[in-house]
Design a protein around this ligand. Sequence first.
Ligand code: NOJ
Length: 732
Amino acid sequence: MDTFVSELMAKMTLKEKIGQMNLLSVGADVTGPVLSEGVEEKIDNGQVGGLFNMYGPSAVRQLQQRVMEKSRLKIPMIFGYDVIHGHRTIFPIPLALSSSWDLNLIQRTAIAAASEASADGLNWVFSPMVDITRDPRWGRVMEGAGEDTYLGSQIARAMVVGYQGKEKMLGTDNVLACVKHFALYGAAEAGRDYNTVDMSRQRMYNEYLAPYKAAVDANVGSVMTSFNEVDGIPASGNKWLLTDLLRKQWGFKGFVATDYTAINEMVAHGVGDEKQVTALALNAGSEMDMVGELFSNHAEELVKSGQVPIKKIDEACRRILEAKHKLGLFADPFRYCNEERAITQILSSDKIALSKEAAVKSMVLLKNENNVLPLKASQKVAFIGPFIKDQGNQLGSWSGAGRSQDCVSLWQALETAGLAKQCTYAKGCNILDDQALIARLNRDGASLALDAKSPQEMIDQAVETVKNADIAVVVLGEPAAMSGEASSRTAIGLFDHQIALLQALKKTGKPIVLVLMNGRPLTLTWEDQNMDAILETWFGGLQAGPATVDVLFGHANPSAKLSMTFPRNVGQIPIHYNSKNTGRPFVENSKYKTQYLDASNTPLYPFGFGLSYAQFDYSNLALSSPTIKANQSLNVSATVSNTSKTDGIETVQLYIRDMVASVTRPVKELKGFQKILLKAGESKTVSFTLSPDDLRFYDSDLNFVAEPGDFQVFVGGNSRDTKEATFKLLAP
Ligand code: NOJ
């Protein structure tokens, strides 16, 4: 590869090298304010390194053909796309998948997505998104793995390997992954998309950077910069971030692409004019300019005038060519344009089955009073809600090439399962009834509409339907268009008109199961007090309908656990389980302690929480030793018993707390988890090994150290309800 790339580069003009660093958008999916123009001519002139937002073997073949026929050096282009939770077979949104805590499952969804994408002309996916998220107002929490560093890092690794392949990158059914958004994009102030981020190095290193690093350690082929600033410098122009940290400290070998027009946006950030920000970006280590075309417009001049060393262009061009070489594009530019593979791979039955499995394993049971769930075969069930016969929202945001006609709705699933005859239906309300908001979302691609019936007529009909049934299943939530990019909210409860429906139904006295479809943690305080059961299904993808039916009727037992805390109200945000103790930790009935006057500090549903139709009991927490030395590991074990009559899967979670350190440490930190199947009445002993590495953190000089002293260990089924023990790390 080295010789090949060197020989090729020796033939390239400066302009052609810069051409490789130009990524243009073609096709219908606009994810930013600009769409590329004059693409074909630029391809002919060797000014395009890659394209995104189009797919399909013949469409891709046509443009690749063009570069091979018309450009001087015939360097194949790379074809990218936002394959975020599946390509054509849409899986649950990433936040949902992360709730499965099932790395193997998540990896299989990435493998399936890569198989479909690579059969559909693509060889580069803009995934995984690994931004740590603690603010559910931010619409993009749906794209990531939630709030936890450890879980997020494990998922980042699983996805990169899933996309790129385990062994030697890359087979024909693998694609290049792109970890994003580097860095800290999830920490936008006030949860408002694209907003400022400001964070101490302590928090960065200890809490936010690990998932990106995990992707780099797993050999991710590319990194995408974030829109936000880091330490006052926008990420795409931040030399510390892209060179000192990413290249020098972490040893990243792939290439760095910017996010959509992120270099141009540095002008609005206020760090220079177009030429200056281009120089900033190049000198910082941005290597591929997504859509902005500033490299095309200014890089040559900047090199000639000495403002950017030619070395920067050479390095960038080389890394992009290396990626193409690894993808096998020099050997066969049409390697990913195989119509036959497209026919056999896309929407294949194994992928559809996986989509259903993933949806089942992503559903979080938040409440189940008196075991109203699962539904009984003898019950007459009223299904109420605007999502039940809807076929599109279940795709969720960032569902790229997913199509609503491939979705199976809840009602269709009931019919197919032969259950519709014991069920009745009423729509009950609109998904959204705020006309201005509907108009705004529809302008940007949603297709929301108001029902011809008035809100009161719909409620009345729903009430009648529920009166004639034994139990109501009410499916409510947010339209898909209200999470994802540029979709922040300041209120994250169910809409008032949806609550009005629930209030009316509650008056019937019938038990109510609330099924939620949404892309972020919601505030559900009233619902928690008033509903009999709550099942969080997120946006479950193509098979959300059948998966929900299986869980509701007990053909599958829910096993997912929240990867993001559910607050009681918006005022508690940002809220996450791994907070610091503070100097004035909360004490009941004591004024000068950290607390609110009008709400508790605790969340409604903590990180790691999720119920099952089975019940699990924890006992016998034991440590292999009360002390360990710096080079020793500790064994932590606990007995988990299924005390119910139903088989179930439990996710056993291990947390630690470093009691005294040179810098303050969180009150709990996840350090391990295991999913175990327990038959009814069965007990198992689960063991974890805590290694000295698990005790390490970045100190005030950013050294990664474990400091001697006392530690607490917690084992349980969520971050709140745990058994505890202590041990001491001895001084060396
Ligand atoms: C902007 C988004 O921030 C990023 O995640 C996405 O990959 C690009 N647009 C390309 O669509």
